[in-house]
Design a protein around this ligand. Structure first.
Ligand SMILES: [Zn+2]
Length: 174
């Protein structure tokens, strides 16, 4: 192979590699138009999450998995309280905003605090969906859809494995 041919091949491979990376890198998390600047961000290594969480919790929250419908701990729960992130404890959903969607996952018509959730486009499985993650630790929670009940018309479809139901405290009352 002539040196010039060799050079061209190397350039083409490098360009294709860089372009491929740009196309397929994970979408940056955008918090309602702002980029992440939260100071109390929880960042842990994969190994630390693995030790802290059960296998199901790890699979759902850190590997963006989905539990099977009607199998999670909370899909049919009517108990009062506040659902917090199983990874970092940040309050995410209020049991008062939970509704029976019949889909087999805990469903809420709004988050308890909109700043506690990030939204990002999810193009996986040949679908256009909006993924929702915990703003504090990036835990995958589920997806949000536009077929929910009033007052918001939204359905936050959440994996039980990413949540922990805690008793309501005075601080949660707004
Ligand atoms: Zn979290």
């Amino acid at each position: 192979m002539k040196p010039i041919t060799y050079f061209v091949v190397v350039v083409v491979i490098a360009t294709a590699g860089a372009f491929g990376w740009m196309m397929y890198r994970p979408s940056p998390v955008v918090e309602n138009g702002r980029s992440q600047t939260m100071s109390d961000k929880v960042v842990k290594s994969d190994e630390e999450w693995r030790q802290q969480l059960t296998e199901d919790q790890y699979y759902v929250t850190r590997q963006r998995g989905t539990e099977r419908a009607f199998t999670g701990q909370y899909w049919n729960t009517k108990e009062d309280g506040v659902y917090v992130c199983v990874c970092c404890g940040q309050p995410l959903f209020d049991a008062r905003n939970k509704f029976d969607s019949g889909c087999g996952w805990p469903s809420f018509y709004s988050p308890s605090d909109k700043d506690h959730i990030f939204y990002r486009p999810d193009h996986s499985h040949f679908m256009e969906r909006t993924e929702i993650v915990c703003s504090r630790c990036d835990a995958h929670l589920g997806h949000v859809f536009d077929d929910g009940p009033p007052p918001t018309g939204q359905r936050y479809c959440i994996n039980s494995a990413s949540l922990r139901l805690e008793k309501r405290t005075v601080k949660d009352e707004k």
